[in-house]
Each structure stands twice: as structure tokens, then as C-alpha cells.
Design a protein around this ligand. Structure first.
Ligand SMILES: NC(=O)C1=CN([C@@H]2O[C@H](COP(=O)(O)OP(=O)(O)OC[C@H]3O[C@@H](n4cnc5c(N)ncnc54)[C@H](O)[C@@H]3O)[C@@H](O)[C@H]2O)C=CC1
Ligand SMILES: O=C1O[C@H](CO)[C@@H](O)[C@@H]1O
Length: 328
């Protein structure tokens, strides 16, 4: 089956603004026990051919990524223009996206990002420096600057991102993340000049979200799948079908989980603290249409979301009138 393999790092997706995005990206949520290890992860990935790095002000790892980029540029491994770098503005910084961006650019040591995303369609109560990132009441519920289900202050954030793009200096494209259909229906009519080119969402065989995927793709918004392995512990890799396909195509389960998106013209960003793993998960098995459909069916009956149902990474997503923040 080795003849049915392509190279995942060579696939680029067309964005609605005429630019392209490498389909396979490296996630950079830092390991709690060793956040500085993100530097070596980025170096290993870029040397293996990755050209898309996904980060965020919220992750606190951008200074380590900046160290990696400096080393890669100084050594002539890549030039800035060879890379596609994404950062995001967190809801506690909803009022000052340019300030958030400037902090990211300083930590990354670059003067522009290729994609600037609005991390969540909500407004959390953060100060002028976006702190605290997860403001909470005494009962543990989040403190908002606006109603998280029907408020519209978050749209002001995007308008400010459009203003930044108008200057076309610090960002090349803007987009959104964790925007549900409910939010997109409310938000898209208010967009002034620049439709979001991407919606970055949790997506994997256990969470198909096909209605949201169809909604976005029908409007020219590229889906980028985050937590494609299910986050910490990679539960998605335990799906029997993924392991069967990995055996058939003689690749790793990671590559099946990534191919599921790339072959569906979606971006995918996964992470690994294991440097040798990063170097060995860039093959693209040519799964058949039937195999892609089988993977899709895994989560149709009993969808499972990893990112919002737990207190992962320090933020607790409270269920709100039957909505989780991810289903707003
Ligand atoms: N926009 C947003 O709100 C979000 C964006 N993201 C982005 O997506 C990226 C990837 O998603 P994540 O949730 O970080 O994780 P993921 O779904 O990529 O899984 C990564 C985890 O799986 C482990 N892993 C990888 N391969 C493995 C293997 N073969 N066996 C055992 N364990 C394995 C890694 O060590 C890590 O703990 C993030 O780093 C971030 O850049 C993630 C969450 C939310
Ligand atoms: O981007 C993000 O990462 C964390 C952990 O998954 C999540 O809360 C946030 O949206």
C-alpha cells in the first residue's frame, strides 16, 4: 500500500481571499509540565516540512515559538514567507484585539501573521491587558461583558480585526474559531469588508459537526479542524477503524486522523510532545471515499466533544441554558 501515499505537508487549501493555507498545521498548546518544549516541537516540525503553525495569545507559548523561528530563520532552514502562522485573540481581550496581536507579534518575533482568528464568539470580562483570561464568579461561572448566547459585543472585536486588515501590515487574513451556526447567522450579516476565511473548530470522527461544516463550506469559509486527536491522551486514536486503516495503508493512526480532514479539503492542526512522532506523521494515505464515509459515521450516532466538556487547559466552559459555549 505504500504506493498509495502522498505527502501531507505539500497540500495547500485555497482561501476565499485568494491566499492559500497549508492543510497540515502544528498545534502549539504547551504541555503543562514543560511549556518550553514547544520550541523543539516547532523546530522539528518545520525541519520535517510543516509550514503551518497554529498558536494563540492565550496559550502562553508564543515566546518559545519565537525562539524556534529565530533559530530556523538564522540557520536558513526557512524564510518568514515560507511559513503560515496563525494567532488568535482570546475573549478576555475582546475589546483590544490589536493589543493582543502586538503582544503575539513581539513574542513570536515577527512583524505579521498570516491568519488572525477571533478565538471565541463571546466577550469575557478582562482588563486592559486581557487579564484574567478566565474571569470567574464565586460559584465558578465565567464573568462576561455581554450575554454569551445572544450578545453582540463580540462582533465589535471582528470589526476591529477588519480595521487591522485594512492596513494590511500586521495580518494577511482574518477568521474565526468556535463559531457555531447560531453565531455565524448573527455575525455574517454584520461583517463589513472581510468575510472570515477560516472557522477553526473541534472536528474529528467522533464529532462530525457536518451541519456546521456544510454551512461554512457553502459560504467559502475553510474549516480547520482542531483537537483532531481528541486533545490530551489522543482518545480519537483509539477508534478501531482508524487503527484498521493505519494497518491497511501502513501508516500511523495519526496520519489517518489527519488524512480524514485533508482529503475532505479541510485544514488540520495536531500536536505532539514526541519529536520523533512529529517527524513521522506527514504521509497522506489516499483513503477511499467509502473509507472517509465510514470514518464520518463513527460520530454520527453518538457525537463526543473533548474541548468544551472538560475543564481543559484552565478554562471551564459552563453549560448555559442548554448551550455549551461550543454550541452557541
Ligand atoms: N481554536 C481553539 O479553540 C482550539 C485550538 N486548538 C489548536 O489545535 C491544536 C491541536 O489540538 P489539541 O487539543 O492540542 O490536541 P490533539 O487533538 O492534536 O491531541 C494532541 C495530544 O495527543 C497526544 N498524541 C499525539 N499523538 C499521539 C499518539 N500517537 N499516541 C498517544 N498520544 C498522542 C499529544 O501528546 C497531545 O497530548 C492545539 O495545539 C491548538 O493549536 C486546540 C483546542 C482549541
Ligand atoms: O484554544 C484553546 O485551547 C484550549 C484547550 O483546548 C481551549 O480552551 C481553547 O479554545
Amino acid at each position: 500500500m505504500t504506493e498509495q501515499l502522498d505527502v501531507a505537508t505539500s497540500v495547500k487549501l485555497q482561501l476565499s481571499n485568494g491566499r492559500t493555507i497549508p492543510a497540515l498545521g502544528l498545534g502549539t498548546i504547551p504541555p503543562d509540565d514543560n511549556p518550553g518544549s514547544v520550541k523543539d516541537q516547532v523546530i522539528a516540525a518545520v525541519k520535517e516540512g510543516y509550514r503551518h503553525i497554529d498558536t494563540a495569545w492565550y496559550y502562553g507559548s508564543e515566546k518559545y515559538i519565537g525562539e524556534a523561528l529565530k533559530e530556523l530563520f538564522d540557520e536558513g532552514v526557512v524564510k518568514r514567507e515560507d511559513l503560515f502562522i496563525t494567532t488568535k485573540v482570546w475573549p478576555s481581550f475582546w475589546h483590544s484585539p490589536e493589543k493582543s496581536l502586538d503582544i503575539s507579534l513581539k513574542d513570536l518575533g515577527i512583524d505579521y501573521v498570516d491568519l488572525f482568528l477571533q478565538h471565541w464568539p463571546i466577550a469575557l470580562h478582562g482588563n486592559d491587558n486581557g487579564q484574567p483570561t478566565t474571569p470567574k464568579n464565586a460559584d465558578g461561572s465565567l464573568v462576561y461583558d455581554d450575554d454569551p448566547v445572544n450578545g453582540t459585543k463580540y462582533i465589535e472585536t471582528y470589526h476591529k480585526m477588519e480595521d487591522i486588515l485594512d492596513n494590511n501590515l500586521k495580518v494577511k487574513s482574518i477568521g474565526v474559531s468556535n463559531f457555531s451556526i447560531h453565531k455565524l447567522e448573527q455575525f455574517l450579516p454584520e461583517v463589513r469588508s472581510y468575510k472570515p476565511v477560516v472557522n477553526q473548530i473541534e472536528l474529528h470522527p467522533q464529532l462530525p459537526q457536518q451541519d456546521l461544516v456544510d454551512y461554512c463550506e457553502s459560504r467559502g469559509i475553510v474549516i480547520v479542524a482542531y483537537s483532531p486527536l481528541g486533545g490530551n491522551g489522543a482518545p480519537v486514536l483509539e477508534i478501531p477503524l482508524i487503527n484498521e486503516l493505519a494497518k491497511k495503508y501502513m501508516v500511523t493512526p495519526n496520519e489517518i486522523a489527519e488524512a480524514y480532514h485533508i482529503l475532505n479539503n479541510r485544514g488540520v492542526i495536531s500536536r505532539s510532545a514526541n519529536l520523533s512522532r512529529i517527524k513521522t506523521i506527514t504521509r497522506l494515505p489516499r483513503l477511499t471515499e467509502e473509507e472517509l464515509k465510514q470514518l464520518y459515521q463513527v460520530g454520527v450516532e453518538d457525537p463526543k466533544r473533548y474541548n468544551c466538556s472538560s475543564y481543559g487547559y484552565g478554562i471551564g466552559f459552563r453549560w448555559w441554558d442548554g448551550h455549551s459555549l461550543c454550541n452557541l
